[in-house]
Design a protein around this ligand. Structure first.
Ligand code: ZN
Length: 58
């Protein structure tokens, strides 16, 4: 019975990630995939996630 008004819209489990544009190497910190690169305007398909947790391979 904890029906409180959601003052903070902070969905758990959705942490900000670093998205890097492969075209201009620009890095965007966002919880979701950027719509497009704010720097060069490349589409979202050009973005990759940096620092993926869980994989420490070389
Ligand atoms: Zn870019």
């Amino acid at each position: 019975m904890t029906a409180k008004t959601g003052a903070l819209l902070t969905p758990t489990g959705e942490e900000p990630r670093e998205w890097q544009c492969l075209t201009c190497q620009y890095v965007v910190l966002s919880g979701t995939l950027p719509y497009k690169c704010p720097r060069c305007g490349a589409s979202r398909v050009k973005f990759v996630v940096l620092g993926q947790s869980g994989e420490g391979g070389e």
